[in-house]
Design a binder for this molecule. Structure first.
Ligand SMILES: Cc1cc2nc3c(=O)[nH]c(=O)nc-3n(C[C@H](O)[C@H](O)[C@H](O)COP(=O)(O)OP(=O)(O)OC[C@H]3O[C@@H](n4cnc5c(N)ncnc54)[C@H](O)[C@@H]3O)c2cc1C
Ligand code: SF4
Length: 762
């Protein structure tokens, strides 16, 4: 292996594979750094009893990198081929109007189409209807029937997918001479195809790169980039060599670690290591989750057999509203391996396995899911009457990827409220489709409980723009202020693609690597050798018809309700005993150690929250706690609020607050509070509902040690303000809004009646 290359490519996903292939074909000496492993035929993890055996990147460089990053749950691939190893193979072009705003000069759908054609040829994409040997899977037919039943047949599509439909399980070479087997419909695409029937990047672009001399270092994770006299010095950790540190030199550097990782590496280089201090201030901005929305349907009337066929085979386009009010998304069915069918049943609302988690914080929920999954991994349910739904659409791309000061922890800030109309429409259509299939909808638990979306389609963070004031790289992917440092993955897309984004990431990479190679080699007519073979491809979305006025609104309405609450009080650090709340309050008053928070309490699905005996809501806002937070306070995200929870005694309820935050010392803390809603003998309804017995714990779980305690109160002026903050989401109809507030009021007043009045009645 060399120590110095013309070009180094970090990461082997869609951007990295295209870059490495074309640079090597153009005759450059190319070095590839990939943090994950190579997965030849029959090598993907299949130990369903042990989540630590090859599955997780964080444990021995496994396949999946799952990161709960504050306001977003991130899932991404790690391995030689990046996300292609675990993706659902869907390749769709972003509609033309996506490029109309936010993209730098030179971009349009027409300009990108030849590069889309090239990617389509390289990955040999086609719809499921071209599968001659095994026909159309039952779930595909069921989704088409559901679309027709809902009057949405005109928006139904068979997306093009990168799957080989040769004779099932028969080995044969692909068009680059690499051996693969034909798809056998096993439904395992998202856990790695052991037949190599998926046209993953290691079977085409990366194979060509190596054939043209590219040298690959696997399990090597880039940790730092610094300018050097000849270009850039890249430090990396070699996990295969006992985590030893090493470095290589590159004249030209192509960073392709994916939207989250590329942005993280550059943030660390700018703000932590300070090796690239002049990177644009816009680094981290315009993060998009591509409108991802995950849901499930259970107990469907028909057998969908979701474990038969490639993971995604259908889509239904939704397009309604105009301008800022427009909601555009595509709703796709998902399959899953039959081995996890039993495990997925824990999400079935009829199954009851989730009852207890209504009071859990994010880290408690992750723990509970692990335990429940372990228990049910061997369950025998065949899951034939269930479905996975994945919608994705044009969100506002208004997220931000940041490094927390002091501790340098990565965060994703995501504004759920401004993207809510899109999520509501996606959930609503999910409800309609579940109903059309004769089943019932179950939302992803992180969304339902914590309003935390899951994204597998992360974009942005190092976006392209025409100036450093608006973006991090120029329209060719070259970083402003750092010549010859290119970013060439999902991080540079300036907004959501709406559709599954890999096709666009790869097409943009084909465009930009062509520009880069022309500049580097001086050959102004250089083209990818395969460009001549690529023929124009029919875009499945071109066949969709959108009625005048837009597609119809979903019949399923998910009505949410929120209000803002402010509480203030005093705490005492290290008070002994910790549950002497009143004593701690007094000590806090004497020392003037104030605490306050202002929270928005949200019931994303009001009717579900009313029906749940723990009435769970999501709390977010800001907390100030003397001795814990700085003067500007600390944000609270994904906090848990339970309106009334039965306690052990009759005629007594508790209101629970679990508010995770990061202290000024960079450590995680939890405000763990309860209101003791009972009649203390003096009919003090106000006192009982406005007094919060407060503990601050180490860590984000309720098992953490108490480090401070005290009492907080709602003050009357704050309460009067609170009454004006009630907001209803999911409908614009004033009568429906009033009815939602009335339903909430009935729950609130009814409980107080039960606690305070009923026991006094003769
Ligand atoms: C379950 C699942 C299903 C999906 N289905 C689809 C689908 O059907 N269609 C679609 O379009 N998209 C799908 N996606 C999304 C798709 O995988 C991503 O959008 C795409 O892979 C992003 O491409 P990329 O080049 O930006 O980065 P990635 O493909 O994420 O590649 C980044 C690579 O860089 C490596 N890397 C990261 N950091 C470092 C480092 N510091 N040093 C060395 N190497 C590093 C990673 O291991 C990885 O191999 C899916 C994703 C998931 C998780
Ligand atoms: S269904 Fe997916 S995992 Fe199974 S053989 Fe086909 S492509 Fe591979």
């Amino acid at each position: 292996m060399r120590q110095s290359y013309d070009a180094v490519v970090i990461g082997t996903g869609f951007g990295g594979a295209v870059a490495a292939c074309r640079l090597a074909q153009a005759g450059l000496a190319v070095g590839i750094l990939e943090r994950g492993r190579r997965y030849p035929m029959n090598s993907f993890p299949r130990d369903f009893d042990n989540p630590l055996n090859g599955w997780l990147w964080s444990v021995g460089q496994g396949l999946f990198d799952v990161r709960p990053l504050n306001q977003m749950m991130i899932v991404q691939g790690a391995g030689y081929g990046g996300g292609s190893l675990i993706y659902a193979n869907v390749h769709l072009r972003a509609p033309a109007d996506v490029f109309a705003s936010g993209w730098p000069a030179g971009y349009s759908r027409a300009a990108l189409d030849p590069y889309y054609d090239l990617v389509a040829w390289m990955l040999d994409i086609k719809p499921i209807t071209e599968s001659r040997h095994l026909g159309v899977p039952p779930k595909t037919a069921a989704m088409q029937a559901a679309a027709r039943k809902l009057g949405r047949g005109g928006q139904f599509v068979y997306p093009t997918i990168a799957v080989d439909f040769g004779e099932p399980e028969k080995i044969h070479p692909n068009r680059f001479g690499i051996e693969q087997k034909g798809c056998n419909y096993c439904g395992e695409c998202d856990i790695g195809c052991n037949l190599l029937a998926k046209n993953t990047l290691d079977l085409n672009y990366l194979a060509l790169a190596e054939r043209h001399g590219a040298e690959t270092r696997l399990q090597c994770e880039a940790t730092r980039i610094a300018p050097s006299s000849t270009g850039y010095n890249i430090s990396f950790i070699d996990h295969a060599a006992g985590d030893s540190e090493d470095n290589i030199q590159a004249k030209f550097l192509f960073l392709c670690g994916g939207a989250i990782n590329s942005t993280e590496l550059l943030l660390r280089c700018r703000d932590q290591h300070r090796t690239l201090p002049n990177l644009s201030r816009r680094l981290g901005d315009n993060y998009s989750a591509n409108g991802d929305f995950l849901a499930f349907a259970f107990d469907t009337a028909e057998k969908l057999d979701p474990s038969r066929g490639p993971t995604i085979t259908t889509g239904i386009v939704y397009d309604r509203g105009a301008g800022a009010e427009r909601n555009w998304f595509i709703f796709e069915e998902g399959g899953y391996p039959k081995q996890i069918a039993g495990m997925l049943q824990i999400l079935n609302p009829g199954g009851g396995a989730f009852g207890a988690i209504a009071t859990m914080t994010q880290s408690e929920l992750i723990g509970a899911l692990r335990v429940a999954a372990g228990r049910s991994a061997s369950a025998t349910a065949d899951g034939a009457n269930s479905a996975v739904f994945l919608a994705m659409g044009r969100d506002r791309a208004n997220g931000k990827i940041t490094l927390a000061p002091v501790v340098n922890t990565l965060f994703v800030e995501w504004n759920v409220a401004s993207n809510l109309p899109l999520y509501d429409a996606e959930a609503g259509l999910g409800g309609d489709i579940a109903m059309a299939l004769g089943g019932k909808l179950a939302l992803n638990p992180f969304w339902e409980r914590l309003r935390q979306p899951v994204s597998v389609h992360n974009l942005g963070g190092c976006v392209m723009a025409d100036s450093a004031e608006r973006g991090v790289v120029n329209g060719g992917g070259e970083a402003f202020g750092y010549p010859n440092l290119f970013v060439m993955d999902g991080a540079i897309l300036p907004g959501a693609t709406g559709v599954n984004p890999s096709h666009t990431i790869a097409a943009v990479a084909e465009r930009n690597i062509e520009l880069a190679i022309r500049k580097i080699t001086g050959n102004r007519s250089w083209r990818a050798p395969e460009a001549a073979s690529a023929a124009p491809v029919i875009d499945p979305l071109a066949q969709v018809t959108i009625p005048v006025g837009g597609t119809m609104e979903p019949k399923t309405r998910i009505i949410g309700l929120s209000f803002t609450e402010t509480m203030k009080g005093f705490i005492d650090k290290g008070h002994n005993p910790a549950d002497d709340f009143l004593g701690a309050e007094k000590a806090g008053q004497a020392a003037n150690t104030l605490i306050d928070f202002t929270l928005t309490i949200n019931f994303p699905d009001l009717d579900a929250a009313i029906a749940d005996p723990r009435h769970p809501g999501v709390a977010s806002g800001v907390i100030h706690a003397a001795g814990f937070t700085g003067p500007t306070g600390a944000p609270v995200n994904n906090g848990v609020f339970n309106l009334f929870v039965d306690s052990h005694a009759p005629n007594e309820r508790r209101m629970l607050y679990a508010l995770p935050f990061i202290g000024a010392d960079g450590k995680p803390y939890l405000l763990d509070g309860f209101k003791d809603v009972r009649d203390h003998g003096n009919f003090d309804v106000w006192g009982a509902t406005s007094t919060l017995y407060t503990s601050i714990r180490d860590g984000h779980e309720r098992t953490g040690a108490v480090v401070a305690s005290g009492v907080m109160h709602i003050l009357m002026p704050d309460f009067m303000r609170q009454l004006t903050t009630f907001t209803v989401s999911g409908t614009n109809d004033p009568a429906a809004k009033a009815a939602a507030i009335a339903r909430f009021g009935r729950l609130f007043m009814g409980t107080l009646w039960d606690v305070f009045v009923k026991p006094r009645l003769p």
